[in-house]
Structure formats: structure tokens, C-alpha cells
Design a binder for this molecule. Structure first.
Ligand SMILES: [Zn+2]
Length: 506
């Protein structure tokens, strides 16, 4: 038998996946979850038989309505996330992923938004689709004699996977996703330096002040109000930083020049993965070796209780004192975070061993929602932060001794590090797809000790195939600290296998 599918009615491709023609044997892989901690693995009964097959995967996770479920009661765990299921299928070398709504869906046949699992920036080649639950019900009935609801109920009851080949059934079709590429520009202004009279600067005569000027448009996969198509204003994130950047440039231009050159950059594409700052770091206007420090402004418009948050205070010599001095001079309290990695543009510079400071006035419920509007901005607070930033940048541009780079053992870059063992690689966001490319490794990290290097592309970790950062993150979570796993990297086009002993989560 064959069941034709109709686009938009009984199936939809998802933008997170790739394009291509496929004709693949179909496999039912339960919820598509491999969760060692919960001792649950939908792929266990299938083993290597998943390779190059289309895996049919239910959404959500087992025992969703059971408050005592090992999957965090009736809260969802990380394993319920679409991207984790796709990563897990990819690790098992599946040829395609087909999602199906689970029994808890209020509209069982409703199809997801095309971009629900992301826009495909990660460059996956594997097609990802959703097929309506009624069609899946028919297929499973004909292939196994059982219903999808019965298999699902059995998993929920026993926590035993019910995965199996769907004999005689194949997924045949073609997905063509046209990705529109748009050029975006970083906008740069420079106050050329006049140098130091006989001072020793070690040739580090540039200071960068940056703020991203992009936001989420009408909302996309980064929106926290999914399904709404509404202008996401981004008044705090990051019109506040952009306006502060302009104001500081105006002030310093009026009183400059200074011994060091100051480069002001409004970055594009931050929300899509630090694209603008990543591009600048790879193609700097003035050599990065000359850059003494980078100061980043991202969300500085919601000053509360006169307290500013400064990240990166441990990344350069003298930063602690510098920040203390100028915040107290401004009458501001400060919460200092030593680490230089975080989800904003300073990470692109810290990854290149440049001392960084990142100013932030804290998160809020309007973050990445259409309600991040201008009426909620603390303008008087922004004026004070402008003076603070001008003072910090002036000092960096004037002090003879530039800050020296310090390495801070930082929390993992990806959110929800939690129980993920420590590896110590630094992602290269400019090279999506075809493996997980790294720009470098943290000093004395497991990755460094094992001999990984910047430029390596990780294609396998333990049993898992790695097509990108998400697969890597997912695969790492299947191992424990202290375990030694073999890691295969592509280095100059050749496969190299290294043994990495994973560290304690941090
Ligand atoms: Zn931002």
C-alpha cells in the first residue's frame, strides 16, 4: 500500500532540515530519546539499523502527565526539545526525521510552523518533516497491527522502548528548501589614535566598543513568543546598546583623539549566532593582535536599583579595579562575572584571546518578546551608563599598559550546561554543517590535553556521528565526567582520532 501525502495538510517539511530526494526504509523510534540518566533509549532496540533510514519520532516525552515521571514529572526535560531529537537521530546516522504529534497534542493532526525547530542556520543536510498523526496511525496499523496510541501507551506504562522497523514502508519524496541569503553590514566608526610618547604598549593600540543593532524582526525561532507574528521591537535588546554606542562615540569624538585608536562597531546578525562580530573577528579592520580590549553593550536599557552587571572582569589584568573604580564613581552598584564567554558579541573576541567587558542591566519578562518596547526603557539610567562606558573606554584608550589576556574557566557557552561533562572546545559559528568546527580549545581543558586544535572539525564522539554543534552537545550529555571517549576530527582533510578524558561539568 502507499499513502500519498499532501503539503500543508498531511505533511510539512521543517526549515531546520536539508533538501533532497529520498526513498528510505521507515523506522518507528518512539520518542526519539536517548537518556542515559533516565536509563531510557528509544534507539536501543534498533542499534545500527537506523543508519540511512527515515526515523518516525513522537513529539514530547514519555509519561508527560505523570508527576512522578523520571522525565522530570510533568515538566518537560531537555529531551523533549525538537532540536535534541533531531541531533539524536543525526548521531545515529538517520537519513531523515519524521515527527508525529504525541497523544497529548490538543489538535493531533496540526502541523508545526515551518520554522518551529529553527531556520536551518546549522546547515543540516538531513531532511526533517512532520507527518499528520492520522497518516502515521494508518502506517503503523498496517505495518505492525498495533496503533501508534497503543505503542505510546505501552512506553508510558513500562518505560520500555517500542521501537521497530516498519516492514514494507518507505518514506519517498523530495524536499526543496530555498534559503534566502541576505547581506547585512557591520557599521564601523573610528577615532584614529595619536600614539604614546615613548610609551610601551606592546603594539596593542586599538580599543573596540561594540553593540549589536539587529533584533528578531517579526519574530523567528529565537522569539520567546512563538507562533506570534508581531514586531519584536528590541528596545532593550539592543536599541539600548546601539544608542549608548552612538552617545559614547559622540562624547569621545568631541574630546579625542586619544593615544589608542577607538573602533566603534554596530554589529549585524547577533541574534542569528554572533554573525557580525564573528565576521569582524575573522576579518578585522585593524589586526586583532593590536586590539587591547573589547567592550560590548547588549541590553543596557533597564537599569534597576542602580545596579549594572559586568561580564568579563576576570578576562584582563586590571579589569576588576577598572570596573570597581568607574562604577563607584558613577554611583552604580555592580555585579561582576569574571567569564568572557556568553551569548553576545564579546564571545567572538574572547575566543580570540582578547580581554573583554560586557555591560548588561539584567534580563526581564519582555526579553525576546514583542513587548520589549521603548516605553519600558530607563533613559536616565542609560545616560549614566553612557558616562560609565565613556570613562572605561577612555581609560583603556589612554592607559599606557594594556590589559593582558587572562583565561577564565567559564560556564559552558550553550545554555543549560547542567550535567554536561566538560570538554573545552570553542565553537566556530562561521562554519555550520558537515561536523562541528572549532576555533580553538580552552587552556588545560580535556580537549586541549587530548590534542584538539583550532581548525579541527569534530565528526564523531564515541558512538555518535556529529553533524554540528547541536549533535556534539547532545552526544556529550550521553557521557560522564572521567570517561575517556574517542573523538574523530577532520584536520587538513584527514581523519584523526583522539582520546579525550571528559572533565567535571562546570
Ligand atoms: Zn542582544
Amino acid at each position: 500500500a502507499s499513502l500519498p501525502l499532501k503539503l500543508g495538510e498531511t505533511f510539512t517539511p521543517l526549515a531546520v532540515g536539508g533538501s533532497g530526494v529520498f526513498d528510505l526504509p521507515l523506522v518507528f523510534a518512539g520518542y526519539g530519546i536517548t537518556a542515559p540518566k533516565q536509563e531510557y533509549d528509544d534507539y536501543e532496540p534498533l542499534g545500527k539499523r537506523v543508519a540511512s533510514k527515515a526515523v518516525l519520532v513522537l513529539r514530547q516525552e514519555p509519561q508527560k502527565d505523570n508527576p512522578h515521571s523520571v522525565f522530570n514529572g510533568n515538566q518537560a526535560t531537555q529531551h523533549a526539545a525538537l532540536v535534541r531529537k533531531i541531533a539524536n537521530a543525526s548521531e545515529h546516522e538517520a537519513g531523515a526525521v519524521v515527527f508525529c504529534n504525541d497523544a497529548s497534542a490538543t489538535e493531533p493532526d496540526a502541523l508545526m510552523d515551518f520554522r518551529r525547530a529553527g531556520g536551518g542556520e546549522n546547515g543540516r543536510s538531513m531532511p526533517v518533516l512532520q507527518v499528520s498523526r492520522s497518516v502515521v496511525t494508518d502506517v503503523i496499523k498496517q505495518a505492525t497491527g498495533s496503533s501508534v496510541a497503543a505503542l505510546e501507551a505501552e512506553i508510558d506504562r513500562t518505560l520500555e522502548p517500542q521501537s521497530q522497523l516498519l516492514d514494507g514502508w518507505r518514506l519517498r519524496g523530495e524536499v526543496t528548501i530555498q534559503r534566502q541569503q541576505t547581506d547585512a553590514e557591520n557599521i564601523v566608526g573610528v577615532i584614529p589614535g595619536i600614539g604614546f610618547a615613548g610609551g610601551e604598549t606592546g603594539g596593542r593600540d586599538v580599543v573596540v566598543l561594540g553593540a549589536h543593532y539587529d533584533h528578531l524582526g517579526y519574530g523567528d525561532s529565537n522569539s520567546l513568543a512563538p507562533g506570534t507574528r508581531a514586531i519584536h521591537h528590541g528596545a532593550d535588546d539592543n536599541a539600548s546598546g546601539t544608542a549608548t554606542l552612538l552617545e559614547v562615540a559622540r562624547q569621545l569624538q568631541a574630546e579625542g583623539p586619544f593615544p589608542r585608536t577607538i573602533v566603534f562597531i554596530a554589529f549585524a546578525g547577533e541574534e542569528r549566532g554572533l554573525l557580525g562580530s564573528g565576521y569582524y573577528a575573522a576579518n578585522p579592520l585593524l589586526p586583532l593582535e593590536r586590539t587591547a580590549a573589547m567592550v560590548n553593550l547588549d541590553m543596557v536599557g533597564r537599569l534597576v536599583d542602580d545596579k549594572v552587571i559586568v561580564h568579563g572582569t576576570g578576562t584582563g589584568t586590571g579589569f576588576d579595579k577598572l570596573v570597581d573604580t568607574f562604577t563607584s564613581q558613577a554611583g552604580l552598584g555592580v555585579a561582576k562575572e569574571p567569564g568572557g564567554f556568553g551569548p553576545s558579541d564579546h564571545s567572538s573576541f574572547y575566543a580570540r584571546k582578547i580581554p573583554v567587558l560586557h555591560l548588561f542591566t539584567g534580563s526581564h519578562t519582555d526579553y525576546h518578546r514583542p513587548t520589549d518596547t521603548a516605553d519600558k526603557v530607563n533613559y536616565a539610567g542609560m545616560a549614566r551608563i553612557s558616562l560609565l562606558v565613556a570613562n572605561v573606554v577612555r581609560e583603556l584608550a589612554t592607559a599606557i599598559e594594556p590589559p593582558a589576556y587572562l583565561e577564565v574557566a567559564s560556564k559552558p557557552f550553550m545554555g543549560g550546561g547542567g550535567d554536561r561533562p566538560y570538554f573545552g572546545s570553542i565553537p566556530d559559528f562561521a562554519k555550520p554543517g558537515g561536523g562541528y568546527a572549532i576555533t580553538g580549545v580552552s587552556k588545560k581543558s580535556p580537549a586541549a590535553e587530548a590534542g584538539l586544535e583550532g581548525g579541527d572539525v569534530i565528526v564523531r564522539l564515541g558512538e555518535s556521528a556529529i553533524a554540528g554543534l547541536e549533535d556534539f552537545d547532545s552526544a556529550l550529555r550521553k557521557h560522564k565526567a572521567g570517561e575517556t571517549v574517542s573523538v574523530v576530527v577532520l584536520r587538513n582533510g584527514k581523519e584523526v582520532t583522539l582520546q579525550v578524558t571528559l572533565g567535571d561539568p562546570r
